[in-house]
Ligand binder design. Structure first.
Ligand code: ADP
Ligand code: MG
Length: 228
């Protein structure tokens, strides 16, 4: 697959998510601004000061995490093959999608078996890009809000990952067209996201299957072999 397409799709994801990130950063900033004003004007006892300081600190940390996760999306990375803990990645996926989900009135639920790490093999940042696009598509398929579920099960030396939404769903004709370049039903879609995602997953020796029902929702099932 062409690196050029992978890169431009990545920048599209970054661009699409920018508004939601800005929105999520604005909330903590507003909170902190309010407390600074309060500090300057009000006569606060020590206990209150401590509490307000703690809230400010937590809000700043939250903003920091949002920015860090978001920037890691845009990072250009030379391809490396490494062992990737799938449980960690699914939580990371949920964190990265959180602002976009909040913005679109969508809940994210993560279910993983976390007793121990399970490593699959590939390029961490490419895998992130692939998963983020699938998650982003799921969110965009639920314009009236909904639930995005991220499930991971370890079975037979493989990680079985499911992304499930209760959005618009697709007909079987539409499902067949997934992965063909420039197929998009969105006004500002590129129709390249799925193609890029599938390319990345297949390169990791992953398998993909899709279950979708118009008006009901969609499930993307991914199966990754354990790292050697
Ligand atoms: P884009 O998101 O730019 O349209 P993609 O390649 O990511 O391009 O997706 C192609 C098309 O596949 C989308 O326009 C949409 O019609 C369909 N699609 C992908 N994921 C879902 C989903 N979870 N639910 C419904 N339709 C989907
Ligand atoms: Mg897309």
């Amino acid at each position: 697959m062409q690196e050029e397409i992978i890169r431009s799709e990545k920048m599209k994801i970054v661009g699409d998510m920018a508004a939601s990130v800005a929105h999520e950063i604005r909330n903590p900033l507003t909170t902190i601004k309010g407390f600074i004003q309060l500090f300057a004007t009000a006569d606060l006892d020590k206990e209150k000061k401590m509490l307000y300081q703690k809230i400010c600190f937590e809000e700043l940390e939250r903003a920091e995490v949002i920015i860090a996760d978001y920037l890691s999306l845009a990072k250009p990375d030379p391809e490396v093959i490494e062992a990737i803990d799938i449980h960690y990645e699914m939580h990371h996926l949920s964190n990265v999608l959180m602002t976009y989900a909040n913005y679109n009135n969508i809940q994210i639920q993560v279910a993983t078996e976390e007793e121990q790490a399970f490593h699959i093999q590939g390029d961490r940042y490419k895998l992130r890009q692939a998963l983020i696009n699938l998650g982003k598509n799921a969110i965009e398929a639920m314009p009236g809000g909904g639930l995005l579920e991220l499930r991971t099960v370890i079975r037979d030396q493989h990680a079985w990952v499911t992304l499930s939404d209760n959005g618009s769903g697709m007909s079987s004709e539409q499902v067949k067209r997934l992965g063909t370049p420039y197929y998009s039903t969105k006004e500002k879609g590129t129709g390249l996201g799925i193609m890029v995602s599938f390319g990345i997953i297949k390169k990791m020796n992953g398998k993909i299957s899709i279950k979708s029902e118009p008006g009901e929702g969609t499930e993307f099932h991914l199966i990754f072999p354990k790292a050697n």
